[in-house]
Every structure is written in structure tokens, then in C-alpha cells.
Design a protein around this ligand. Structure first.
Ligand code: FEO
Length: 166
């Protein structure tokens, strides 16, 4: 039996992952409009990954007979000054998701709900990977001296993002 406050956090996470998927899908669309094919591919792949996160929590809730409510999803930001601003926004978004996941871990542990605690550990590892991924991208940008400006560094960043491992 999952406590109601844990069920609520899980439901919020389902909707947060859905929103994250839309954030990345919209980022992909923005990149397509800017002619950034590599970055568009990167964000599109990441959007699908967020969708799998949502499914994973959805399945867990269904297994535990916890009611699920799919809420209205806020509109994702659709305009960005440049690719660097878009990447920083994505990184900030991941930090927020990490905080939400850690809160589920904390609350489930405190409630002695070790089943949910065990379930959410996968997401803690996943968020670590996501943060490492964006740190790696930011390192690449720093090495290139890329701050969003058009030119060779933008071309290289776009090419790099096309092939970066998720
Ligand atoms: Fe599902 Fe990128 O957090």
C-alpha cells in the first residue's frame, strides 16, 4: 500500500516527465527551424527517453494499484536566443527533475516505503547520467569557446550533438 503523499509525488513525476518530453521535443523543433540538424536529433532522442521515464513510473503506479491522473501539460518554451541558451535551459531543467526524484527517495524512505524507495533508485542513477551528459556537453562548449554565436564552433557543436551518447 502506497501512502497518499507518495502516490501524489509519483503522479506529479509522471506529469513532469511528460512535460520534460515536450520540452525536448519543442527544443528539437526549434533546432530544426535554425538548421541545426544534429542538435535537433539529440533533443528528439532525449524527448523519447523522457517518454520512457514517464512510462516506467506509470507502470509502477499501475502495478501498485495507485490511481493515475494525466494532467494538462504546460506549453514548453518555444523560443531560444541561441543553442547555448537552449542547452543551458535543458541542463537547468534536469537539475529540477533531479531535485524532484531525490524528494521521492527521501519521502519514501521516511515513510518506510522501501518498495518505492527501491523503485526510485533507478531514477537517481538515471539523473546522475543525465547531469553527467549535460556537464560533458558544457565542457565541450567551453573547450570550443562556444557561447551560441554562429560560426565554426556552432557547426562543430551541432555535429557533436548528433552523435553524443545519451
Ligand atoms: Fe526524466 Fe531527463 O529526466
Amino acid at each position: 500500500m502506497i501512502a497518499s503523499h507518495i502516490a501524489q509525488l509519483l503522479n506529479e513525476q509522471v506529469n513532469a516527465e511528460f512535460y520534460a518530453s515536450n520540452v525536448y521535443l519543442q527544443l528539437s523543433a526549434w533546432c530544426e527551424g535554425e538548421g541545426l540538424e544534429g542538435a535537433a536529433k539529440f533533443f528528439r532522442t532525449h524527448s523519447l527517453e523522457e517518454r520512457t521515464h514517464m512510462d516506467k513510473i506509470f507502470d509502477y503506479m499501475a502495478e501498485c494499484s495507485v490511481p493515475i491522473t494525466v494532467d494538462a501539460i504546460p506549453k514548453a518554451p518555444s523560443d531560444h536566443a541561441n543553442l547555448m541558451v537552449a542547452l543551458k535551459a535543458a541542463q537547468e531543467h534536469e537539475y529540477k527533475v533531479t531535485a524532484m526524484i531525490k524528494n521521492i527517495a527521501k519521502q519514501s524512505f521516511e515513510a518506510e516505503d522501501y518498495t518505492t524507495f527501491n523503485f526510485i533508485e533507478w531514477f537517481i542513477a538515471e539523473q546522475h547520467e543525465e547531469e553527467v551528459l549535460f556537464d560533458k556537453i558544457m565542457d565541450k562548449a567551453r573547450i570550443l569557446g562556444f557561447e551560441g554565436q554562429p560560426g565554426q564552433a556552432l557547426y562543430i557543436m551541432d555535429d557533436y550533438l548528433a552523435n553524443v551518447q545519451h
